[in-house]
Design a protein around this ligand. Structure first.
Ligand code: ATP
Length: 435
């Protein structure tokens, strides 16, 4: 993990937030490559969950909402972790992370740990000029509630009837006691949530299973190693009392299994809770049957930062090989799926000071740019390949002297490192087929 974190910083994927001031725990910034990587991950989710389905619509709710929402959802009363402090070193731990409560795991002091206390994870703020409790609000700890409270607005305006879904991607905030493992546990993060409402007609478990399969296919289509991904079925004791089924999608990180997404059958719990507190009817009116009913809910809630981190970790490889001279070499390569890779094709001029080469290479790069994520570079070819391998670029296209005569370029593929000569006029088609 340290190697990956170092690479992420060196190549501009992920920086510590507020670094020049010593950083702020649980907050991260995405650099030029990381921001594109994360955007690609979010786009891949949105494409599969919203754009390719005629039964799912998009949504974008505000981060700060009426505080009653968090009362109804149970977050005000029950969204806490149990924490324990060390009276000597003042470090704070999550009770469920402490195996031995007689000794501080950080400073080693004996009997220095406090009794467990509840700690609400919601971040608080004030709306308007008065900083009193009547103006207190919360930064949302999940995006889903914005969807529930708008259920009626959406089904009426989008003219949808269950089964149909509402999806949104957005920031969430949790005052985590122990953030860590790079972007795995943050205090500000992005979630992609799908709320799929189904009729109470007996097909709800089939709908749940369909979404589980769809999400499995998504991870697999984008090349996540199947032996490092598992869909863990929660037992009845592990699920909230109202949930009929639940699956945690987990990835095997260098430190162990970690949750990326949870898929749950939540029954009518969420809409019921808001109907009760708001007094407003959020039920669906079935025109044909002339009856009101509360749809059942299938939810998929995935962390986009954790998923981005998964793509980074899963792609990372330190590879040893023997070069044509029999010398052992090592390279670091990120084996991103071509649609996830921040740069899809790098175009090089073999020499910096040869205008004909530079001009041709720049021309090729400009021609490819509208269709692909491209980058132009020049210089020592070995170093150029090394850099592109480290950021996971699937193809490098090099313009050399031979190509000036016969119109070809050299295309080098990242994973096999194989090089082939391709005629300049078929380069676009060559890349299209492979990207
Ligand atoms: P954990 O048990 O790891 O705290 P959770 O079960 O509380 O997670 P959910 O409430 O189910 O998480 O949220 C759905 C998804 O949101 C998680 O699967 C995860 O990908 C993401 N997520 C939750 N908390 C964080 C966080 N602190 N940092 C980054 N992503 C998070």
């Amino acid at each position: 993990m340290e190697e990956i974190a170092a690479l992420a910083k060196r190549r501009g994927f992920i920086f510590q937030s507020s670094e020049i001031y010593g950083g702020l725990g649980g907050f991260w910034d995405y650099g030029p490559l990381g921001s594109v990587l994360k955007r690609n991950v979010k786009n891949a989710w949105w494409r599969d969950t919203v754009e390719l389905r005629d039964d799912v619509v998009g949504f974008d709710s505000s981060i700060i909402m009426h505080p009653s929402i968090w009362k109804a959802s149970g977050h005000v009363d029950a969204f806490h972790d149990v924490m324990i402090d060390c009276k000597v070193c003042k470090h704070r731990f999550r009770a469920d992370h402490l195996a031995d409560r007689t000794k501080c795991p950080d400073c080693g002091s004996k009997d220095s740990l406090t009794q467990p206390r509840n700690f609400n994870l919601m971040m608080r703020t004030w709306v308007g000029p008065m900083e009193d409790t009547s103006a207190q609000a919360y930064l949302r700890p999940e995006t889903a509630q914005g969807i529930f409270v708008n259920f009626k607005n959406v089904y009426q305006t989008a003219r949808k009837r269950p089964p149909f879904g509402i999806a949104q991607i957005g920031k969430s905030f949790r005052n985590e006691i122990t953030p860590g493992n790079l972007t795995f546990r943050q205090r500000e993060f992005e979630q992609a949530e799908l709320e799929y409402f189904v009729p109470d007609d007996g097909n709800d478990m089939a709908a749940f299973q369909e979404w589980v399969e769809r999400r499995k296919a998504w991870y697999s289509n984008y090349g996540i190693a199947p032996d490092r991904l598992r869909f863990y079925e929660l037992t009845q004791e592990e699920r909230p009392h109202y949930a009929k089924a639940g699956i945690d999608v987990e990835y095997l990180f260098p430190w162990g299994w970690g949750e990326l997404e949870s898929i749950a059958h939540r029954g009518t719990y969420d809409l019921d809770a808001h109907m009760q507190l708001s007094g407003k009817d959020l039920r669906f009116f079935d025109e044909a049957a002339k009856r009101h009913y509360t749809p059942l809910l299938i939810e998929s809630s995935a962390g986009m930062d954790r998923t981005t981190l998964t793509f980074l970790v899963d792609a990372y490889e330190r590879e040893r090989s023997v070069d044509p001279n029999g010398k052992e070499t090592e390279r670091v390569v990120l084996r991103f799926h071509p649609r996830i890779a921040p740069v899809q094709a790098a175009i090089f001029s073999l020499a910096r000071n040869k205008p004909e080469l530079v001009e041709r290479a720049r021309g090729i790069e400009a021609a490819l740019r509208p269709a692909y994520r491209t980058q132009y570079d020049e210089g020592n070819i070995g170093q150029l390949y090394r850099r592109q391998d480290e950021i996971g670029t699937p193809f490098c296209v090099t313009v050399d002297y031979e190509g000036l005569d016969d119109g070809t370029v050299t295309v080098r593929e990242r994973d096999s490192m194989r090089q082939e000569r391709v005629a300049g006029d078929v380069l676009e088609a060559f890349l299209r087929e492979r990207l």
